[in-house]
Design a protein around this ligand. Sequence first.
Ligand SMILES: Cc1ncc(COP(=O)(O)O)c(C=O)c1O
Length: 446
Amino acid sequence: MERRTALAALVEADRAHLIHPLHFPAEHTAPLVAVEAAGAVLRDAEGREYIDGLASLWNVNVGHGRTALADAAAAQMRRMAYTAAYAGFSNEPAVRLAERLIRLAYPNLSGVYFTTGGAESNETAFKIARYYWKRRGQPEKTKVISRIHGYHGVTLGAMSATGIPAFHRMFAPTVPGFIHITPSYPYRYAGSQAEALEATLQAEGPGTVAAFLAEPVIGAGGVIPPTPDYFPRIREICDQSQVLFIADEIITGFGRTGRWFALDHWGVQPDVVTFAKGVTSAYLPLGGVMVSREIHAAIAEAPPAERFMHAATYSAHATCCAVALANLDILEGESLVPRAATLGDRLLQGLRTLRDLPVVGDVRGLGLMCGVELVEDKATKAPAVGLGARVLAEARQRGLVARIRAGQKGEDPIGDVICLAPPFVITEAQVDRIVEILREAIQACR
Ligand SMILES: Cc1ncc(COP(=O)(O)O)c(C=O)c1O
């Protein structure tokens, strides 16, 4: 009884003072107040358990309750929690982490700049692209081409790159010079769609474009893996037009797709990689940008008048970097990246069995990120909009939490997509339970 009163008071104080990401009171009438978590399971204030179907926000990759990460943070905090990392200062965890990331990522990369999250990483990448072309004597190359349905964060520049209109509506205008093209989305568009980049480059003039930005697998926009020929062709087009290719691996990095970095599936190397989320499995906030040797040299060899005037107080935060190093120890020590591939296959196979349901239009995924797109009509692929939220509510009653990409009708249609990306430590039984719960939840919405 006392516990319930305490919870009610907490929720009341929440309503009174806390502005949430995507704040909307009607969606917050019965918030899930998680108080404990272990592995792939969250426990709420009333003792109910839920499978954490999206690893919270695609990020708790090594699972909840890792005391080794708490110990790594505590040890670093006791020694020296933080100090400046501006030029002239450094710290060992940041250097060790940069060295280790460069060993793990694409072989053409050589430099790392650390941030505190995803959007800041993309903002930094846009600035690095502009910086690089100015250093190369092409200051007019400033535009960024990204994709419809892409999600890149919601700070002003990142929001402008994000290709989901709902995120722009109340914050417009977007920053000039951000252009969106059709993505590779086999369920709705035939062919790879790589030629959309070629056509847009021609229309804009390649001499005005700094970079092309894409998630290897669209995540929050509805889990959309590309056709296998898409990124190899994108790489060729970027090379021909002298446009940098920025891979937003904020979800796909650190094993989510069953490889350390996702473009490896198609043998492609980007010029710039942005990362966050899985680098610390969310135990502390950290993100960053990795750059190619050429870009790294442009920064390292700049004359005084062209020095790299980009910075942030918490770049290369010692404690966050120490936690990232311990997180990488877990990923490697427990072979969790191949595990994500195996368990991802099991999840995708399981979800495919839902295709007999009349509202399940498409089931897709790569590694441990999967999406179930809901439609009103399988023949016309008319998007289901609103059904996803009801399915999620039913799923929560049955012990599964996840998120949806809200669908849209009209231009660039997409049905509600149930997104799944559980921790890599999820068990086979829990994977099978996700599928069972979703079947029941969808059927309950008829
Ligand atoms: C692919 C991708 N890029 C960028 C971001 C933005 O990251 P953050 O929310 O840390 O700013 C996200 C967040 O979900 C993401 O999924």
